[in-house]
Design a protein around this ligand. Structure first.
Ligand SMILES: *Cc1c(COP(=O)(O)O)cnc(C)c1O
Length: 359
């Protein structure tokens, strides 16, 4: 008798693994910093921590399944109907809800490449096919993406600013693109880094979703609000889509501590956005220094910079790690480096100044 294990879905066989940013190894005499995961370097606000402690007293109870308090606070803050807000376990969780609500076997999902590495994983788990449209000049090629739409297209991700390049698409080109996409194809504007955007020509997705029922805006508490460890994200979409996202959500996925912290963070938004402003200033300092060093760094509107190092990527990541900072290498392509605390950025800039490509 041959023994066989449980039958698993074939789509899992060649699924790309999500590579989390590495924490630096502790080393004697070297202060270590993680610039690998686009996290907020600031510790949680005392007011938010207080609310978390309070909420922890109740963890014997299930959370509010629909995170009503969070949804109401978001709706009030953004000026959208509460019915248009759907939450999830980070915006990665919401991405998964979106794919499950729109695409399965035989369907196509379009996104730029390289872009957020969760997209291919989630699409493949759903059994749908990824259609990757190469970046042009490190930026979404929206015309090529619109050209890639077929009868099978169900969903398109536009990551703005794009992870890992930090580049943006602007209002006119995005509106032109949206006008070309069929009304029965959902377009997700993934705005995980929205709060870091300073270019006035980058549209707020909320202005674009209002009169377009096939546009959905994705935001998160993980980056600007510093709650990456608690996992809360949300979509803003018209009711049929928002209802579908509530159906595909993991029941009770957003836990009560996370819900309380998200509401408290919206209450403390002014304080949190000051920190974002400081990070934006650091971003400009870091990019300016890199340009002076002669690196061709694309303009970035996010909390990271992109160095297209090609074959030198792994060597550069090693050099950074030896100096005490971890970055996020994409083998053979480049390294994404998060803007962190000034001391960490200085370490990275020192490595960048001394690094010599193999040529
Ligand atoms: C970080 C990130 C997210 C979301 O992260 P969550 O922690 O799951 O909210 C979503 N999209 C992009 C492009 C990101 O970089």
């Amino acid at each position: 008798m041959t023994t066989t294990g449980p039958r698993l879905r074939a789509v899992l066989d060649d699924i790309p693994a999500y590579v989390p940013g590495r924490a630096p190894a502790a080393r004697e005499g070297v202060r270590a910093y993680k610039l690998a995961s686009n996290e907020n370097p600031y510790p949680p606000l005392p007011s938010v921590l207080g609310v978390i402690e309070q909420a922890a007293q109740q963890i014997n109870r299930y959370p509010d399944m629909f995170a009503t308090g969070v949804a109401e606070a978001i709706a009030a803050k953004l000026g959208v109907p509460v019915e248009h807000v759907a939450t999830g376990t980070g915006s990665v969780g919401v991405c998964q809800q979106i794919v499950q609500a729109t695409a399965g076997e035989g369907d196509e999902v379009i996104y730029a490449w390289r872009s957020f590495e969760a997209y291919p994983i989630i699409v493949q788990i759903a059994g749908a096919a990824s259609v990757r449209v190469p970046l042009r000049d490190e930026t979404h090629d929206l015309e090529a993406m619109a050209d890639a739409v077929t009868d099978r297209t169900r969903l398109i991700f536009v990551c703005n600013p794009n992870n890992p390049t930090g580049t943006v698409v602007r209002r006119a080109e995005l509106e032109r693109f949206l006008d070309r996409v069929p009304a029965d194809v959902l377009v997700v504007l993934d705005e995980a880094y929205r709060e870091f955007v300073r270019d006035p020509e980058v549209p707020d997705g909320l202005d674009l979703y209002r009169d377009r029922p096939n546009v959905c805006v994705l935001r998160t508490f993980s980056k600007a609000y510093g709650l990456a460890g608690l996992r809360v994200g949300y979509a803003v979409a018209h009711e049929p889509v928002a209802v579908a996202l509530r159906k595909t959500a993991v029941p009770f996925g957003v836990n009560a501590v996370a819900q309380a912290a998200a509401v408290a963070s919206l209450d403390a938004e002014d304080e949190l956005l000051e920190r974002v402003e400081a990070l934006v200033k650091e971003r400009e300092r870091v990019r300016g220094a890199l340009l002076e060093q002669g690196w061709p760094v694309p303009p970035t509107e996010a909390n990271f910079v992109w160095l297209r190092l090609g074959e030198d990527t792994a060597a550069f990541a090693r050099a950074c790690e030896e100096a005490g900072v971890t970055v996020r290498p994409f083998a053979g392509e480049g390294a994404r480096v998060t803007v962190g605390e000034p001391e960490a950025n200085d370490v990275f800039l020192r490595v960048a100044a001394e690094f010599r490509p193999r040529g």
